[in-house]
Design a protein around this ligand. Structure first.
Ligand code: C2E
Ligand code: MG
Ligand code: MG
Length: 630
């Protein structure tokens, strides 16, 4: 009986099933389809062998049985190529979620199987040559290749939605199937299709579906990449799940080997705990996930007792090392709408927890705050792309010269609905999400352009003040970028004053100093903003090459609280003046405040008393009137 090739295919399939089932799997879509493919392919090869036997011995077997086995084999052949198509289209998210597309494919499959079962079939057997032919076989030779070619086409038309290695391996798999089918079509005695398919699955297993690819090398638990794919899938399917994140202090002071040993010890400990899926997160954090569809909440709570885990972390690992751990408990995944948001809620809450906080329960409220932040972030990204970042100018009055000599450039965003968004709302979000450099550069560009194009110098404005956020000052390329913008906008650096606030760490303070020195050499001047708040204080003036100190609005108000405050402020002004710096009083709203600041010896006034921040056009009109320019 000519079944040697099929037997090889069967052995390969059985080996694959054995290796695949040996490992714990996460249950990803692609894994599920791969597992199904293995089953369908094995059934197909078995039916292939049985159909050959049935044809060879058809004189001794009831005709209906021969028919049945041969037809089922043909249907399973279509099934194999359908699984290939499903595997491929599943990689493309919008196809996976497209109900109509999937229904059409299932209808083609159903109709194909139906007609193959209904149409006539005939058999050929002479010596070692055994095959079936007739309409049923012919139809199979149309539908099965259609699915295979369809998969191949998808890798070209929708290739950009797949990663390159998946795309290439799927192509190799499909090419193998086509090769086997073509050979079998030309030489019907070579029954290669089942074996070709098994070979394809073997390649798929080695390259993409070996459970090992989902594991973290050091710990052997699921990797962070796997967590991301898994969470995306859980959210796509709308499944309930419970998460526990074990966050360890990222800076372990130990050598690599000990670190690996401890990571292994922690993961073995957490793995033994309950029946959750355990993932290694970024850094040395871990995530336990209970699929809520599979477990009741009470079951989970009895299976995983946070207090017991906490107690374990109160004991040393690797004999002597204490690991400082914090725990996030997320009983309901619906605090987030997708994977990114879920991980972000975890990350932000982890960062927010202080030394004394050991665990935190994340609920609906933690989610809504972050959703709001993310909404502002998309607003910023869109505003940057669609040129909806604007700059308003708040005039700064010189007491000595009795006119407006400068202005502060203040960022604004016009929302997609045309509303003005204030910096108090979007600057902290831009800092959090790494967008502050882009906003800062845009504001700086607009400010420089306005200064030159509107000839502000001729209107009495000597320089414009632009805010720098701490994160910008920590960027070592800042001075180069700002220099390039000034060159491009043809603005003299002496027309620019940059406002800084106190930077926290010494390391960043050095970068800030380098930036300040470089820009200072070009001619830019600097102001220390927010003086008198926690952000900037006296000792900072000593270290930093600033020319102006800006008293915060709260300081101006404090002056009127009591006599002590007045005395402190007088002494502060005297000290600053003695160093040779100028002072701007911000937030001056009343005549009384103005007089007091003047009496104190402040040089410049900025505040609602003179003007709120103004849009460019209003700012120009303001200057025309107030600075009496023609
Ligand atoms: P800041 O640099 O201290 O700017 C002064 C803030 O005080 C401005 O608020 C201004 O409108 C407000 N202000 C001025 N005079 C008065 C007054 O008399 N009464 C009251 N109640 N408020 C007054 P704004 O424009 O909302 O900006 C808030 C903060 O956002 C700024 O504080 C600054 O830290 C930040 N910011 C604004 N634009 C930028 C920017 O382009 N880059 C960066 N990094 N930060 C910016
Ligand atoms: Mg400022
Ligand atoms: Mg200020």
């Amino acid at each position: 009986m000519p079944v040697h090739v099929q037997t090889c295919g069967l052995v390969l399939d059985i080996l694959l099933i054995y290796f695949f089932l040996r490992h714990e799997t996460v249950g990803l879509f692609s894994e599920r389809i791969f597992r199904m493919s293995l089953v369908v392919n094995t059934v197909c090869v078995v039916l292939d062998i049985l159909s050959v036997a049935a044809i060879v011995f058809r004189d001794f077997v009831p005709g209906i049985l021969v028919h049945g086995v041969c037809k089922l084999y043909l249907v399973s052949l279509i099934g194999c190529s359908y699984m290939g198509f499903l595997y491929t289209s599943n990689d493309i998210r919008h196809l996976r979620e497209d109900e109509t597309f999937n229904r059409v494919i299932r209808i083609i499959l159903g109709l194909g199987a139906f007609f193959v079962l209904m149409l006539p079939i005939d058999y050929y057997h002479e010596g070692n040559v055994v095959y079936s032919h007739g309409l049923a076989t012919g139809l199979t030779y149309v539908i099965a290749p259609a699915f295979i070619i369809g998969s191949l086409v998808l890798t070209f038309t929708h290739g950009k939605y797949m990663n390159a290695s998946r795309r290439n391996i799927i192509r190799a798999w499909m090419a193998l199937e086509i090769l086997a089918a073509t050979i079998q079509f030309i030489f019907p005695q070579l029954l290669l299709v089942g074996f070709g398919s098994a070979m394809g699955l073997f390649i798929l297993y080695c390259e993409l579906e070996s459970p090992e690819v989902y594991l973290d090398r050091t710990t052997g638990i699921f990797s962070f990449d796997t967590l991301v794919i898994y969470l995306k899938q859980m959210f796509a399917e709308g499944r309930k799940f419970v998460g526990i994140m074990v966050c360890t202090n990222d800076e372990w002071k130990m050598d690599n080997e000990q670190e690996s040993r401890i990571l292994l010890e922690i993961s073995e400990y957490l793995h033994s705990f309950g029946s959750a899926k355990l993932f290694r997160c970024s850094g040395n954090d871990f995530m336990l996930i209970y699929d809520g569809e599979e477990y009741e909440k009470s079951q989970i709570e009895s299976a995983i007792n946070l207090d017991v885990i906490k107690a374990r972390f109160g004991q040393p690992f690797d004999g002597t090392m204490m690991i400082d751990a914090k725990f996030l408990y997320i009983p309901d995944a619906r605090i987030a709408t997708d994977c990114d948001e879920y991980l972000e809620i975890c990350r932000i809450n982890k960062d927010e927890m202080d030394r004394n906080e050991i665990s935190r329960l994340l609920d609906e409220e933690s989610g809504s705050h972050i959703r709001q932040q993310r909404q502002i972030r998309s607003e910023i990204v869109e505003a940057l792309a669609e040129n909806r970042v604007q700059v308003h100018f708040q005039p700064i009055y010189s007491i000595e010269e009795q006119k407006f000599v400068s202005a502060e450039a203040l960022a604004r965003i016009i929302s997609s609905e045309g509303k003005l968004i204030m910096p108090g709302l979007f600057i902290p979000v831009a800092e959090e999400y790494g967008l502050i450099d882009q906003i800062g550069e845009r504001v700086f560009e607009i400010t420089c352009r306005t200064f030159r194009e509107k000839a502000l110098k001729d209107m009495g404005i000597r320089y414009l003040e632009v805010n720098l956020s701490v994160a910008q000052c920590e960027n070592s390329r800042l001075s180069d970028i700002y220099n390039r913008i000034m060159e491009q906008e043809e603005v003299e650096p002496t027309s620019i004053n940059l406002e800084i606030t106190e930077s926290s760490t010494l390391h960043y303070r050095n970068i800030l100093l380098e930036n300040m020195n470089a820009l200072g050499r070009l001619g830019c001047s600097f102001s220390l903003d927010d003086f008198g708040t926690g952000e900037s204080n006296l000792n900072y003036i000593v270290d930093m090459p600033v020319q102006i100190v800006k008293f915060d609005r709260s300081m101006v108000q404090d002056y009127f609280v009591n006599d002590r405050a007045k005395t402190v402020m007088r002494a502060t002004v005297a000290m600053i003046k003695e160093i040779g710096l100028k002072i701007v009083a911000e937030g001056v709203e009343t005549k009384e405040q103005l007089d007091a600041m003047e009496e104190l010896g402040v040089d410049y006034i900025q505040g609602y008393y003179f003007s709120k921040p103004l849009a460019e056009k209003d700012f120009l009109s303001f200057l025309e009137v107030k600075n009496k320019v023609a």
